[in-house]
Write a protein that binds this ligand. Structure first.
Ligand code: FE2
Ligand code: FE2
Length: 475
């Protein structure tokens, strides 16, 4: 077990005290982070006592301890998973060679770009979610939101540590810029589009944590394979926190479905308007929100054919998820991937592309499989309630703005269609203004412990040692 220095201003397990220059640089960045948190983090809750878990060691048992804390006093720290002795690069042209403990000069700008892109998503999501506390459906949910927010703040610390420790002056400048870009800002937006989408209601939050945090999981899995060992170790530890974010999405969406099914039974109708009159989220609206967040998150994996992805794979910088266990061929020099892309006005072409160029698509495929888990659970809830409605993932071609399907409309089953037909039918497949207005109208703040808003079922379990009706946030 690696011990964590908790007495220091910045908790860490990287022996920060032994590197005074780095320690001073990070202590200089710390107040900037805090003023960003106060300005752009959860609005109006900085004086509330929140029951939060904090990482205190990186081993299986001790990495999360719970306690009440005001968010600005949260112990954001720098934690790397333990070093694997004699670790070797597990893929690409350098397969079997020792991993790097410093940044190789020739890969410096690529690694910096990857770290900055990952780092940018972390504060972005906190900014996207900053107003949601005002309309939390329960005190339990309010705690979940804040737990995710402080951990995304810690993920920012994780990336900033790498920038400061390994990239010198330009790393420090990038660390500043991570606090200067803002989600949705017209002049200085966040790097990736999904992280500029507003998250203004809790249905969107649960979709975001289910689908977009899961993209984060897959990016981290790829970086956890990196030949740059400090990056690999950082990402391995971040994955343990990411799992919680996705579970908030999965359980939250499950509770929405459960409540909707109850309401449909009570009113004896599956008419979406009747469901809305009864104050629940009708299933077609749920499906449209899912279609939007899923397709937006699919874009985050990048183009199906990518020479960048081929290069970072070849150079041992970014692997595939579970590279060691999920694949046999770690070099993929001669393998090909059958890629489908639009052909002419209405057709679909299938062509073989070099497997290395299709790495983004391979990662996206693994992600899609992982997304199915929740749908199986939610559909079981519906079928048990004798409701004839199946929630589905739309085709990965649907509503894409990145890659070969961008600008080529298809229906949710993946069939190509004209721009005119798309314009006419789109409102049935993606949230309309009136859907958003309806969902937003449901968002009313519930603050009494144990009570929940009418559009969502109560949680089945509490957090830590506490029951669901515990006062998780003292306002
Ligand atoms: Fe994160
Ligand atoms: Fe996350």
């Amino acid at each position: 077990m690696t011990s964590i220095a908790y007495g220091e201003r910045i908790p860490n397990n990287v022996a920060l005290a032994d590197n005074k220059v780095l320690q001073r640089a990070l202590e200089h960045w710390q107040p900037r982070f805090l003023s960003w948190w106060k300005e752009m983090g959860p609005s109006d809750f900085n004086a509330a006592e929140v029951y939060l878990r904090t990482a205190t060691s990186v081993d299986a048992k001790g990495w999360a301890t719970y306690g009440s804390v005001m968010m600005p006093d949260y112990r954001w720290g720098i934690f790397l998973a333990d070093q694997i002795p004699e670790r070797k690069i597990g893929f690409g042209d350098l397969l079997g060679q020792p991993v790097w403990h410093q940044v190789p000069g020739e890969h410096r700008s690529t690694l910096r770009r990857l770290i900055v892109t990952q780092g940018d998503t972390e504060p972005a999501s906190v900014e996207q979610q900053r107003l949601l506390g005002h309309v939390a459906p329960s005190i339990y949910d309010l705690r979940s939101l804040f737990q995710i927010n402080v951990e995304e703040g810690r993920h920012l610390w994780a990336m900033v540590y790498l920038l400061h420790a390994y990239f010198g002056r330009d790393g420090r400048e990038e660390a500043e810029a991570l606090l200067e870009r803002h989600s949705g800002n017209r002049d200085n937006p966040r790097i990736l589009n999904t992280f500029n989408e507003p998250v203004e209601d809790w249905l969107s939050l649960f979709m975001f944590t289910y689908f977009t945090d899961r993209d984060g999981k897959y990016q981290l899995k790829c970086l956890a394979e990196s030949g740059f060992d400090p990056l690999a170790r950082t990402c391995r530890f971040m994955l343990t926190e990411e799992a919680y974010h996705m579970s908030v999405g999965m359980l939250g969406l499950g509770r929405v479905i459960k409540r909707t099914a109850e309401v449909m039974k009570e009113i004896g109708s599956d008419d979406p308007e009747a469901v809305r009159r009864a104050g629940a989220i009708d299933l077609p609206t749920f499906q449209r929100y899912l279609n939007f967040w899923y397709s937006s998150s699919l874009d985050l994996f990048g183009s199906e054919v990518s020479s960048n992805a081929a290069t970072t794979f070849a150079n041992g910088i970014k692997g595939r998820p579970d590279e060691t266990t999920a694949f046999e061929d770690h070099e993929i020099r001669n393998a090909t991937f059958a890629l489908e892309s639009p052909d002419g006005e209405t057709g679909v072409r299938r062509e073989d592309v070099p497997m290395r160029n299709a790495v983004n698509e391979i990662v996206r495929g693994a992600y899609i499989g992982d997304c199915e888990v929740g749908l199986r659970l939610w559909n079981r809830t519906l079928s048990r309630a004798n409701i004839q409605f199946e929630i589905r993932l739309p085709s990965s071609r649907f509503n894409r703005t990145v890659g070969v399907w961008a600008g080529n409309p298809v229906d949710p089953s993946g069939e190509r269609m004209s721009n005119e037909a798309w314009a006419q039918r789109k409102a049935g497949w993606l949230p309309s203004e009136s859907d958003r207005a309806y969902v937003k109208g449901l968002m009313k703040r519930v603050t009494e412990p144990g009570k929940v808003a009418g559009w969502i079922a109560p949680p089945e379990r509490g957090v830590g040692t506490h029951p669901p009706d515990y006062e998780y946030v003292r306002l």
